[in-house]
Design a protein around this ligand. Structure first.
Ligand code: ASP
Length: 476
């Protein structure tokens, strides 16, 4: 007999089925044993009656929650008063004729049949594979999958090519702290994990791809921050050639509007087309650059998208700007150093850099910045000027020499955007924390309690890499 998924049992009333799954809940009524069997598709109630099969009943009496079973039985209509309206298969039940235990389970460290948000983060992450058995968590992972699947199909239909860019790449002073990977073959040298595929996507435009996207992992060695998963996160990274800023905004708007309509039709977008607000207006009117334009903040189904535009190209450097140029300039890029100045403001670059607007666009949803991007500089001279203005030393400039060189071989004007996947899915799922929509997130303390990472490595591994660990005194 072929396996039937629990959700399909409702179409098989009167028939025999073979089911496989986990015991969600077990209720022993003496003579009758009731088991809720759970598989990827949902739940169904099993009734084990010794009058139907003595052996099945004997096997069922040793069954506990979360045992994995293989069950044969007949699909029976329930009496009207026994119908359970809370589950999809609530009108039927399975009269068990055969029951085998495939594997046993220890008692679980926490209850997974109800919301697990009250369980401590440490315990949930240590047993994430159990936490993910919870219906809400599965629903979130499926929602995330649907979002990514929709994005891939939409952009493929629009002529985009998905390209995987390297994970082992080069450390450049780009904004955040890099994760470094020591090279065994070149002792003393390091790869860096990409903070974003920014340089590669621009190089793909030089390569003539014209329309690129990637569901890209990004790595930033930062302390945990609200609304950003520590360590690594995912972005829809995209880039296009021969486009205006308006083209990028319209494509993004169409993609997300259609996505919401297709995947979460119960949600309403507050205003279409999405409002476009200048940075100045946003600051003046809302006191910040990510205004929450929802009409009713208690309504979980409201999605208020907006664009924030006309950002200043530079902000004043602060101590926290990790990336610092030589430390001699007071300017830091407000987006990143590849963002094009507004063409009308070019003359101000020398005179009054603080007044130059950038061709940056921020995508804001319900008061959360869910993405940013820009039209890029494609003139190597302007790029050098920006490096100078942010105080790059010759050595730091040299770290980007490959970009300036690439731009010497016929570079198309280009631009793009990178909306976060985790942040967007969190809002769509109505979750408070980003970790609720990531299968295996790092904890707030930036570690993985499940795998036990980060971890020490063997002296042999360190030796091969020519590394010596010099622990701070308090950790010795
Ligand atoms: N690479 C940028 C970021 O990660 C986004 C972009 O400019 O496309 O924020």
């Amino acid at each position: 007999m072929q396996r039937t998924l629990t959700k399909d049992t409702i179409n098989k009333t009167g028939g025999a089925v073979l089911l496989k799954g986990w015991v969600n809940v077990r209720r022993d009524h003496g003579k009758l044993i009731f088991l809720d069997l759970r598989d990827m598709s949902g739940l169904v109630q099993l009734v084990v009656n010794p009058k139907v099969s003595n052996e099945a009943h004997k096997n069922a009496s040793e069954v506990r929650n979360e045992y994995v079973l293989e069950v044969e039985g007949l699909v029976k209509q329930r009496d009207a008063k026994l119908i359970n309206p809370n589950i999809e298969t609530g009108k039927i039940e399975i009269e068990v004729t055969k029951l085998n235990v495939i594997s046993r389970s220890k008692a679980l460290p926490f209850d997974i049949t109800s919301d697990t948000t009250n369980v401590s983060e440490e315990v949930r992450l240590k047993y994430r594979y159990l936490d993910l058995r919870n219906e809400r968590m599965k629903k979130n992972l499926r929602l995330r999958h649907k979002v990514i699947h929709f994005i891939r199909n939409y952009l493929t239909d629009q002529g985009f090519t998905e390209v995987q860019t390297p994970i082992l790449t080069k450390s450049t002073p780009e904004g955040a702290r890099d994760y470094l990977v020591p090279s065994r073959i070149y002792p003393g040298k390091f790869f860096a994990l990409p903070q974003s595929p920014q340089q590669y996507k621009q190089l793909l435009m030089v390569a003539g791809l014209e329309k690129y996207f990637q569901i890209a992992p990004c790595f930033r060695d930062e302390d945990a921050r609200a609304d950003r998963s520590p360590g690594e996160f995912y972005q829809l990274d995209l880039e296009m050639s021969f486009v205006t800023q308006n083209d990028i905004l319209e494509l993004t708007e169409d993609l997300y509007t259609k996505l919401v309509e297709a995947i979460t039709p119960e949600k309403r977008i507050t205003q279409k087309p999405w409002p476009r607000i200048s940075y100045k207006q946003a600051k003046e009117k809302y006191g910040n650059d990510k205004p929450d334009l929802r009409k009713d903040k208690d309504d979980p189904n409201e999605l208020a998208f907006c664009w924030v535009l006309d950002f200043p190209l530079f902000t004043e450097q602060t101590e926290e700007d990790f990336f610092h140029g030589s430390g001699e300039s007071k300017w830091a890029p407000s987006h990143h150093m590849f963002t094009s100045p507004h063409p009308d403001d070019l003359a101000l670059l020398d005179k009054d850099p603080g007044k130059v607007r950038g061709l940056q666009h921020d995508l804001v949803l319900n008061g959360v910045e869910i993405g940013g991007g820009s039209i890029r500089i494609h003139d190597p001279q302007i790029q050098e000027k920006i490096f100078d203005l942010i105080g790059f030393t010759d050595e730091q400039k040299n770290q980007f020499a490959h970009m300036l060189e690439a731009f010497a071989y016929g570079v198309p004007p280009h631009g793009g955007i990178a909306p976060g996947i985790d942040r967007f899915v969190r809002i769509l799922a109505g979750e408070d924390k980003i970790a609720e929509v990531i299968a295996f997130p790092l904890s707030g303390a930036v570690r993985d309690p499940l795998m036990g990472s980060p971890s020490e490595v063997s002296p042999k591994q360190l030796k091969e890499l020519h590394l010596k660990v010099d622990l701070p005194k308090e950790k010795k």
